[in-house]
Design a protein around this ligand. Sequence first.
Ligand code: ZN
Ligand code: ZN
Length: 507
Amino acid sequence: MSLLDLYLEKSGEINPQNASFAAKDMYLFDFTTNFRTLHSVEEGFRTFKKIGEMTEEERQAYMEESPEKAKSFVNNMIRTKLFVPRGGKPVLTVKGEVFEKFLGERLSPDDRWFIDFLFVADSYFSLKTNYIFSRTREVFDAWEKAGYTVGQIYNALIYLFNVHDVSMEEFLRTEYIIMITFRDFPEFLRAYRDSNEFEKNALHEYIVDNYSKGRYNCIVTSKFAPGALIDCETVLDDAKILFFAHYIDGSNPISLEDMLDTFEEAYTRFYRINAKRVMNFIMMYEDVFRMTYLNLFSDTREFKLDDKIIAAAKEKFEEDDLEKALIEPLDYTTTETLELLGKINSMFSVAAKEATGYKCELDGVNRCRYFTDKDTGMPYLEVHQIIPRDYAGEFDVSIERASNYAALCPHCHRLIHEATDSERFRALSELYRLRKDRLDADGIVPTNELLFAVYGIEQQKLQPGENDFAKPLLEAAQPKLAAGKGTGKQTASKTKKAATVKKAKKR
Ligand SMILES: [Zn+2]
Ligand SMILES: [Zn+2]
């Protein structure tokens, strides 16, 4: 079968009437409705700033007038860490203040694009941590599964950077258009990759001809039909994001300086960016970019206790500041917060361990394993944040509360991060139920959907009935956590704990 015939066969499976539906999966990066391209970050920022400056009544009226639009701006801007919710109102973070200064800079569109990219690089759109990077990995994985090498993918992406003012016809003739459309169909991609130039040309000619005659009745053209809500710019934007995210991610920078060197190399080699101007801007606001770097490349969620940080924090922050920080949502984009977090961390780590008498929080429902910490002579425990800091923006209150810190043995801690979805759900829902009342009292009330998103658990991979973090699993259907069988003693204390939870819920 020729490549074109194979393509037409695939096209027969879609309904050309439903073009906008077909176009949906053309967006690689799901920034939600009003945030389709990277450039629109700036527009979103301006709109959201206006919302922040409105009076309570004005804000209510605006939200009622266009709730969808308002909501998507609010969610996106908080997820970019440019705003932090405070007293039900969006307030600029330090990063947001720098972004505002950036809007006044005279930079070329390419330079602007790149800085926009840096500002949103550590965002958690679609409730995925470091969304741009994790999404990029998914897309590259799909292409590599179809037999493409990273070099081949780079060539297809870089080719697009240098096509000035690309026409639709030109665009429809690129290899990228096939790669992006068929990324979830490795068999077709493989057939395309293995075809000769003659066959590839025949396919691209057909697509261009079909488009220029306004027929839109094959897979690619249907995505660009009038009303399909997609254009070249969006797709090219995605290609640029893919390239830079993968390039930076793959260079594994060990310091901010390393990351900046990588940027400079990427601009000069592949893209029309004025590296000097962009570097100057970054260096002027180094602290903000250092935080972005930390969010991207180091595990800030599990701080080690550092006496120096604690000492510095003690000097800098009065007890009052600390108290306030625990109630008000924190601005996680400042280096000062980093120091404060050192203090908060040490405080709650000790508190969490002492509250359980140096036992794992899941002791009794799981098979915990301990060893002695060489520094303290106590059982070694790790501290886990039930709501991680990336999701702090989802709450109008601070998540830096004792209720959000749980002491776990290394076995349980690894389990809830690394095990299969089903095993993780069982452990995490046990943990969440043990903590729910205390979290609720502190105003940290995540929805079930948020918890599934936070822990990256796909519900369809779970057993029927495993659909609610707050609901105890049916006793009969409740399998033992982790591998192996629990002892009779463990089962007894598990039943006791379940009863306690039930009682607590009734109150
Ligand atoms: Zn444990
Ligand atoms: Zn953890």
